[in-house]
Design a binder for this molecule. Structure first.
Ligand code: NAP
Length: 257
């Protein structure tokens, strides 16, 4: 699948675990050189070791997506390591819960700062390299929560994930003349370390709400990201793809049978 990706270089933010790690492993298996980015270098290095053991090419990199200087250095590190920067998967994100009335302005800023401003900072840091080669692929990890659905405790998170899509649409227009596409994956409930932290009761409840009666895997999301990154998707930009086992489809509980 997607032979065109062999030899491309990719940055995956937030790839020390969860969906980002799944994306990093999938792109490495497709022949890409991967910069595995998280704030924790040793956790990023463990993913790199896994990629190298499987015969792939990767380097770990420690950076915080909320820091403009660190994002600029990250983009430069990818070019230095791999000779080009072809693909950015802006995936790093956090999802602490807090209902309105409890949520502080600092809580709101932290979630928007990481998920939305972090998207802006990682994308803009990668643009000079991509614009110079007049080609690039940017894939954002948004969510069904915000753009399509809501969930108690996640008003700030939903705002950040919907905000990513607003950012994407204008970015896609501005960057199209440079041969750069910007698209988004919208995962439903995907089994990751972050989601496991929500607890067993949350996970069982979500499984029951999904027509396919299972949570998604990180590979389910990574395969969609791989498509957006491919040459085959050259004429697709500003689009989003829901990967949720049909979770957003039922009109009511009765529709689930
Ligand atoms: P996760 O397991 O908690 O992993 C999050 C990753 O992001 C880690 O590698 C973490 O590493 C990194 N990260 C967090 N803050 C960062 C920062 N400021 N700078 C750099 N890296 C940072 O989360 P996940 O479930 O895989 O979620 C990944 C993305 O998918 C998020 O954008 C999330 O909103 C989205 N998503 C997840 C689900 C789901 O069901 N799991 C559903 C929809 C959307 P460090 O802490 O070491 O930095």
């Amino acid at each position: 699948m997607f032979q065109s990706l062999s030899g491309r270089s990719v940055i995956v933010t937030g790839s020390s675990k969860g969906i980002g790690r799944g994306i990093a492993l999938r792109f490495a298996a497709a022949g890409c050189a991967v910069l595995v980015v998280s704030r924790n270098l040793s956790e990023a290095a463990a993913v790199v070791a896994q990629i190298i053991a499987a015969g792939g090419r990767a380097q770990p990199y420690a950076a915080d997506v909320t820091r403009p200087d660190e994002m600029a250095a990250m983009a430069a590190a990818a070019v230095a390591a791999f000779g080009s920067l072809d693909i950015l998967c802006a995936n790093a994100g956090i999802f602490p819960a807090g209902r309105l009335g409890e949520m502080t302005a600092a809580d709101f800023d932290q979630v928007l700062g990481t998920n939305l401003k972090g998207t802006f900072l990682s994308v803009t840091a990668c643009l000079p390299a991509m614009q110079a080669q007049r080609k690039g692929r940017i894939i954002l990890t948004s969510s069904i929560t915000g753009p399509v659905t809501g969930f108690p405790g996640w008003s700030h998170y939903g705002a950040s994930k919907a905000g990513q899509l607003g950012f994407m649409r204008t970015a896609a227009i501005e960057l199209a003349p440079f041969g750069i596409t910007v698209n988004a994956v919208l995962p439903g409930n995907i089994m990751t370390e972050g989601l496991a932290g929500m607890g067993e009761e949350y996970i069982r409840g979500m499984e029951a709400a999904v027509p396919m009666r299972r949570l998604g895997t990180v590979a389910d999301v990574a395969n969609a990201a791989l498509y957006f990154a491919s040459d085959e998707a050259a004429y697709v930009t500003g689009q989003s793809l829901v990967i949720d086992g049909g979770q957003i489809l039922p009109e009511s509980q009765a529709a689930l049978g």
